[in-house]
Write a protein that binds this ligand. Structure first.
Ligand SMILES: Nc1ncnc2c1ncn2[C@@H]1O[C@H](COP(=O)(O)OP(=O)(O)OP(=O)(O)O)[C@@H](O)[C@H]1O
Length: 319
């Protein structure tokens, strides 16, 4: 379990992390999402006791990292896979780490196998690709067979096979009851790997939710254009819908077919009339939006069921 409470970190006048509070629970993969500079790495460094918080606290299994009795066996981390000394072999690198943590040679062999580097174990790290370095970093994190794993952008440099492999590995580690926290700035990748998503922007918490909830909230909706957008949005909100302005959000998107059987109307776009202001409606079907527009005397110039891409949703959330 990782517990972050009111965590704040200032670097001079830069507020890298600002009053952040969240929990990362065991038994699931938690994705830590944010754009470049959002504060992900700083938060991970604070959790790992590499930097000191300006305020608040970050605990692993109830204590600060420095207070863990057997840190390598409790928490494993990969922050920057490129930092590794290139002159050594993968085996020598891991063995040095294992030795420092009182971990036996057999475990070194096992983790090299687990990350798919057994064949390259005796090769110098200097000749490793970025993907191989990522695998080596993950091997180092796994050395102590820890209950908590913290990985900063582990997908970077992995090819599609590597990404699939990592996804499977992380999911099986979580299924064993471990706490798995990994950061990324790639929403789609995260949604495929993580059960939970913690999204931050400018050091602050934006979302702490399940991936399924986020998908349900953002992946579908209805785009409606009306010259009476303000009146229509009030009526739609009164019916329980959530409304967002659609400007720029619908460009180039292929409309998805609606569900005519359920909806009772054809929801293909009506594009032959001038456009009004666009609204993105979630929580109502296209048919319901159309009926409400009619009942409120609002002309409708376009009405279409649409699908928001996850990256679009991410941009929207973190705007
Ligand atoms: N050691 C440091 N000294 C000064 N400023 C820092 C330091 N580390 C991070 N920052 C600043 O804090 C902010 C958050 O950076 P951080 O690296 O935590 O973000 P991130 O979400 O991990 O982004 P990225 O994906 O680019 O690594 C940025 O504005 C960054 O410039």
């Amino acid at each position: 379990m990782i517990e972050v409470t009111d965590l704040t970190k200032l670097y001079g006048s830069t507020r890298a992390v600002s009053g952040l509070t969240f929990r990362v629970k065991p038994g699931q993969v938690t994705g830590f999402l944010g754009h470049n500079g959002a504060g992900k790495s700083t938060t991970m460094r604070l959790i790992l006791g590499l930097h000191t918080p300006t305020a608040g606290k970050a605990l692993i299994n109830g204590v600060r990292k420095q207070e863990l009795r057997d840190p390598m066996r409790e928490v494993g981390a990969m922050l920057d896979a490129a930092e590794v000394q290139g002159g050594r072999s993968a085996f020598a690198h891991l063995q040095a780490l294992a030795y420092a943590g009182g971990i036996g040679r057999r475990r070194v062999v096992a983790v090299l196998e687990e990350v798919g580097l057994a064949g390259a174990a005796r090769k110098r790290i200097a000749g490793f690709s970025q993907g191989m370095r990522q695998r080596l970093g993950i091997a180092a994190a796994l050395l102590g067979d820890p209950g908590v794993l913290i990985l900063d952008e582990p997908v970077n440099g992995l090819d599609p096979d590597g990404i699939r492999w990592l996804r499977t590995l992380l999911r099986s580690l979580a299924a064993e009851g471990r706490t798995v926290l990994l950061s990324s700035h790639l929403m789609t990748e995260m949604s495929l790997t993580a059960d939970r998503l913690i999204i931050i922007g400018r050091g602050r918490l934006i979302e702490d939710t399940t991936t399924a909830d986020l998908l349900a909230r953002f992946q579908s909706g209805v785009l409606v254009r009306s010259p009476h957008a303000a009146r229509l949005s009030r009526a739609l909100e009164a019916a329980g819908a959530t409304i967002r302005p659609a400007e720029g959000a619908d460009a180039g998107e292929e409309p998805v077919p609606g569900r005519p059987a359920e909806a009772g109307v054809d929801v293909r776009p009506i594009r032959d009339v001038g456009a009004g202001a666009g609204l993105l409606v979630t929580g109502l079907t296209a048919a319901a939006v159309g009926d409400i527009a009619l009942a409120n005397g609002c002309g409708v110039h376009e009405l279409v069921s649409r699908r928001t891409s996850l990256e679009e949703a991410f941009m929207e959330i973190t705007r």
